[in-house]
Design a protein around this ligand. Sequence first.
Ligand code: C2E
Ligand code: CA
Ligand code: CA
Length: 582
Amino acid sequence: MLHDNSDTDYIAKATDKALSGGDASAWIIDNLQLGIIVMQPCSHGCKVELSNDFFNTTFNIKKEDIVGTPLSAIENLPISAIFLEKCALLNTTTDKITFEWENKFSPQGQTFMCNMIARKDKDGNIYQILGTIDDHTSEKRAEKNLLHNALHDGLTELPNRILFQEHVEDAINNINEGSDNHCAVMVMDVDRFKLINETLGHMAGDEFLIAFAARLKRAVDDKIILARLNSDEFAFLLTAVKNIDDAIAISDKIHQSLLDPFQLGKSEFYATVSIGIASTLSSLPYPEELARDADFAMHRAKQSGKSRSEVYQRASHEKARSQFLLEIELRKAVDNKQLLLYYQPILDLQTEKLVAFEALCRWNHPERGLVPPDEFIPIAEETEIIVDLGRWALDTACMQLKHWRDTIPGAENLGVTVNVSNAQFRKTNVADDTANSLKMSALPGSALRLELTETVIMENPVEAVGYLEEIKLLDVGLALDDFGTGYSSLGSLQNFPLDVIKIDRSFVTDIECNESNYKIVEIITQLSNTLGLVMVAEGIEKPEHVDVLKLLGCQLGQGYLLSRPLTADDAEVLIKKNLQAC
Ligand code: C2E
Ligand code: CA
Ligand code: CA
């Protein structure tokens, strides 16, 4: 291989010696694994002076048939045309031309890196042209393989997600302005694919995917691009779509093609797919937009009973789509540590002593900044995200409190409360999650209190008593949040192992002037005192609220007047200040 100018100088010197009868030089040149041809400019372009063995063998040509002959007159030398073309380009300014050349006449499809070097006399006239050809076939093949593997799925040999996105981009770019041609992306996911892997094993799963891909290809026109996006998710790219019915017709063909079972070893498997279709008729013309909209439509198809197609319609799906996007982002947020806890102080209203903090979740969104929980907790609750989020909140709050208790003298009795939503009780074992957090942080159960809402106990009172008792075994406190907004009476709460009642802030807002709210809080305070429950008033915003609540005998309070929710750092400052003051 030619590396630099010193290599070409060396070859030029060796060919000079060979041409002037140097046997040793001729031997060296003939044994190089590099094709060499030396030419002299002549009226016919250039005439060959020397060609080495590698060159002659490569083109299956005899030395005597080539040396002394003008390049243009040599028959069966496929490289001569390009050499002549490049020779003509060598002039006073260009001394060296490097190019890649593929020998299409060779059955193996060889690729060469070629150099044409002009040797000039002192007046700058070209007296000799040195050509070299270096066989790069195996490098080229390796490069092609690498590229192929990077853009194709190894199992089905179909284009992968990256290549598919490139095709989509090209298809979008090829849509001419004003034309009624559109393109559509059709994403499909095999229903119950996990079942094959779990019951028949991964080999059968692979076998199925290969057969499935082949069946999809057969079902449609072979010009339609099919890709495997991941696992059991495939996609078609449709171009020249005039009407969404064109795409629907193709999705119908796919459902049809799956009516016959797949034979997997001795088992038969009836596969169905959920298909989502998005097109530039309704979606924005960007590959990512089409992919996301088709994905969204596919999830809707799954939700509404599987084995069907759903078309993405911008107008009717806008709201659900943004929820869907938020859900994808939220899932990542939990993994990418974008969530954080703020801490709102809970004070003893009589002494103003800090008793505990309520941990309140925030999402530090890269573009939107701090997102309040009301915007993402409901989404987390609808999905499994709430389980991870809830565990994370418990872990973080316990670790933080343990840190404060250990590092701030006088903070040894400080507590923390964590919100646990109804969905968490349905989807995970809250007692187990709590026990884990306590163990990990080495915090005693008495330092932690969980806040739950009335729905938890009203939906299934018998079961609720069971899992609340389980939590109480950990010595963890239980608070009933937002009290007064639901339907439960204080009397009915007697059956549950509660420690604290948090009266909803809607009763506190105007307690100093709204008589009925004053009365409600008065009754609740009296009854909870009788039942041995501690009262916490939420939403204290004015000094008058504190005065009235103290008068009514409410022990603890929380609200913007006392402090807004704080970052962990600011909360630490407040702990120290409060300890000094009280
Ligand atoms: P919540 O449990 O009722 O929490 C109290 C909410 O009232 C907090 O809103 C707090 O910032 C706000 N607040 C406190 N003092 C005042 C005040 O004086 N005036 C007014 N207007 N508001 C006040 P935030 O932080 O937006 O939390 C909203 C809800 O999100 C919480 O209501 C809770 O149900 C839920 N949440 C927050 N963090 C978590 C969590 O980690 N897990 C679960 N499951 N839910 C959480
Ligand atoms: Ca709460
Ligand atoms: Ca509350």
